[in-house]
Design a protein around this ligand. Structure first.
Ligand code: ZN
Length: 74
């Protein structure tokens, strides 16, 4: 069952109040408020999701999330 990235509640997709397709990943939300919070801080939330799925820096560069020239640790 998908997890609302904002409040971390599980959300049944057909009962979700809102959803967002971001870079090929669909996020589901329990309420429109969570959806609003997500879209206002999208990098923060998608960054957290990427960290938990243990994607490599190379994958993130390839997907255009970060630049090869970006030397910050994310
Ligand atoms: Zn929520």
């Amino acid at each position: 069952m998908p997890i609302d990235p904002v409040c971390h509640n599980t959300v049944e997709p057909r009962r979700a109040a809102a959803f967002c397709d971001y870079k090929g990943i669909v996020y589901y939300f329990c309420s429109s408020g969570c959806h609003k919070t997500f879209t206002a801080n999208i990098r923060q939330y998608t960054g957290a999701v990427n960290a938990t799925s243990a994607r490599t820096r190379e994958n993130r560069v390839r997907d255009g999330e970060i630049s090869m020239l970006d030397t910050r640790e994310i």
